[in-house]
Design a binder for this molecule. Structure first.
Ligand code: LM2
Ligand code: CA
Length: 469
């Protein structure tokens, strides 16, 4: 079952974008385990290009592989293994972002982050090794210049070069085995699954063949796979082609939740089957990702940490809602420069993530996942597993609903709410997750409660059966 994240039924992961392995391990131990996170998505961990020409150390250098050695700005294999073990010990799994559609871009040459030499223009990657014969060529790619330039044609999207990146031919047994060998190595080191980069640019059957060459986890079961397929009703490739392979990223959710956060009247329709959106059991959902938060990868007009109030509303709603498997984005601050890499020291090593007295991060790290309406809603998502939305109410810029008889959630766009509402929950005293229990809610014998929201920066309230008191 490629859709099983292997985290004891927990329901949300966080992408610690560009974090060092040592910091991820610290975060598992000091925060993620206690808060009930299922796991962490890392940035690509295998050897890649060191870019210093047109730009110095952009984040996207990681998307130009040089070999499958574990050697990245986040750390080496020893540090990786240490992270996986320390996280697993506190119930948090690791999912690796794997870049297998391509190797480095044409024209790039030199040494990768692990010291392997390479020369893309000659298709020479001795660290694997891959050579010319392992890449797609003009016979298979129908575009005149060999580049992906027609999203209406699957042969063009999948057999041509994406922004000049040397495109591997996953039809070949040799190529499949090299990639599966990389996955198997990661499984031996204890990971629980993979985010497959640029899955849209590979044939689903080829990816499935690689998945079949991949071993089961030591504790049993196939690894978790979620496939990056950007389907915004704008091309020939559809998310449902990838259902046999696991979950699929649902980028239309990013569009819908952005509209909903700005206009609560649209929140009822964030899952729109009429739009072709993946069903809940196949959808992998997120408010923004590392690409579209900076205008890459089908981006534009997404809600991000740059508008914190709307962002908290959007992510809290995603976690309270009953659609898909959610990923929380955790970013570093950046300005107008969409290439800017992570916070770094003068030698370009990545800066430590520091934790301030208020529990938020320093040194340039945003740590959205530590914002109360985000981090504390993970417990809500876990507590309401298996229930559906009931008692939905949507009027005057206010939305509220229950999840079965397990949890109740409310938000007020204007920042204030003062209503008596049916919660569907057993009578009792509950406390609000968003304010860390500073606010109490009493549910009476008929399930009604007086709901007050009065914090205009975080105009959200949530409580669960079995929650803190
Ligand atoms: C992805 N998903 O399908 C990643 O989420 C996305 O971040 C990757 O693009 C992309 N696919 C390829 O893995 C990023 C970034 C691009 C960047 C590539 C490769 O968005 O801008 O392209 O990584 O590093 C860069 C340059 C581009 C150049 C290319 C090849 O920006 O101008 O094209 O390298 O040298 C000539
Ligand atoms: Ca391809």
């Amino acid at each position: 079952d490629y859709t099983d994240p292997h985290c004891s039924g927990k329901q949300a992961i966080v992408h610690l974008f560009e974090w060092k392995f040592s910091d991820i391990a610290n975060e598992c131990e000091r925060y993620l385990g206690k808060k009930g996170f299922c796991g962490v998505q890392t940035s690509p961990v295998n050897e890649y290009t060191v870019i210093t020409k047109e730009y110095i150390r952009p984040w996207w250098e990681r998307y130009q592989p040089v070999s499958y050695k574990i050697a990245s700005r986040s750390g080496n294999e020893v540090e990786f293994k240490n992270m996986v073990d320390r996280c697993k010990n506190v119930g948090v799994r690791i999912y690796v972002d794997v870049v297998i559609n391509h190797m480095a871009g044409l024209g790039r040459t030199g040494k990768g982050t692990g010291g392997s030499s390479f020369d893309s223009s000659n298709y020479d990657f001795p660290g694997v090794p891959f050579s010319r014969q392992h890449f797609n060529d003009k016979d298979k790619c129908p575009s005149h210049d060999g580049m992906v330039n027609n999203y209406g044609d699957p042969n063009n999207v999948r057999n041509c070069f994406l922004v000049g990146l040397t495109d591997l031919d996953q039809k070949q047994e040799y190529v499949r085995n090299k990639i599966a060998g990389f996955f198997n190595h990661l499984i031996d080191l204890g990971v629980a699954g993979f985010r497959v980069d640029a899955a849209k640019h590979m044939w689903p059957g080829d990816i499935l063949a690689i998945q079949k060459l991949t071993k089961n986890l030591p504790e049993g079961g196939t690894p978790f796979f979620y496939h990056e397929v950007i389907d915004q009703n704008d091309g020939a490739i559809k998310v449902n082609e990838y259902y046999p392979n696991g979950l699929v990223t649902e980028f239309r959710f990013c569009q819908k939740i952005a509209q909903g956060a700005r206009n609560f009247g649209e929140l009822g329709g964030v899952y729109d089957p009429g739009w072709g959106m993946a069903d809940s059991d196949h959808a992998f959902v997120f408010v923004d990702n590392h690409d579209n938060q900076r205008g890459h990868g089908g981006g534009g007009n997404r809600v991000t940490h740059k508008t914190p109030r709307d962002y908290k509303i959007a992510v809290a709603f995603m976690l309270a809602n009953d659609y898909g498997f959610p990923r929380i984005m955790s970013s570093y601050y950046f300005g107008d420069d969409s290439s800017q890499g992570p916070p770094h020291n003068s030698d370009y090593s990545i800066k430590d993530v520091t934790i301030e007295n208020n529990g938020l991060c320093g040194n340039g790290w945003v740590c959205e996942h530590r914002w109360n309406p985000i981090g504390n809603m993970v417990a809500f998502r876990n507590a309401v597993t298996g229930t559906t939305k009931v008692h939905w109410k949507d009027q005057n810029d206010q939305v509220s609903f229950a999840r079965g008889n397990k949890g109740f959630f409310a938000m007020a766009k204007q920042g204030h709410m003062d209503e008596t509402l049916q919660t569907g929950l057993p009578a009792g005293e509950y406390c609000d997750l968003i304010t860390d229990c500073k606010k109490k809610i009493t549910v009476d014998g008929s399930g009604n409660a007086h709901i007050v929201i009065d914090n205009s920066e975080e105009p959200i309230l949530a409580f669960i059966v079995g929650g803190p008191s």
